[in-house]
Design a protein around this ligand. Sequence first.
Ligand code: SF4
Length: 198
Amino acid sequence: MRSCEAFKNAIEIIKDLGIPNPEKIAQSYPHNLSGGMKQRIVIAIALACDPILLIADEATSNLDVTIQAQILDLLRDLKTTTISSILLITHDLGVVAQTCDRVGVMYAGELCEVADVKDLFTNPKHPYTKALLNSVPKFAQTGKLQTIAGIVPNLVTPPLGCRFHPRCERVMQICKNKKPDNIDTGNNHQVACHLHIN
Ligand code: SF4
């Protein structure tokens, strides 16, 4: 059994995350662990540095819904007990709705809308955000699922002006050559779209 300080700290962090048999887990190889357990250990590794910000990039991808819910619970607990901020990067709008306080929607590498999570879901302002929300399957959906026409642009030669313009249903002439500014629409809600110029 190892006894160095770093190993003892690792055991403590693993224990704090509610993982059973921390001594055994700390000496296991990744292939000995389940997907959910591996994800918890990655979070433990990040916590070992005592961060003030935890960046969780697709932290719940490829996990089944039960394990996903456990990881999200863990992140929520950490947010109230251990870390002041968590930046969650995800394609899953359900994860955003359940977990986040504030959300930034990105398209082709640029922020197009930033708002409190409830405000974004009830009052989306950017055409891309609206299209994204419309393309999420609804519980009682019967008709065809909505999609966003076109494809994501090549970022080596991104479109001029608004990067979303080749796919936007509300596109105007100005959108094709002028990049929209970030406009504050009140309620701490910002949107980068020419439709919102006063
Ligand atoms: S700036 Fe123009 S193209 Fe871009 S999202 Fe707004 S309306 Fe659509």
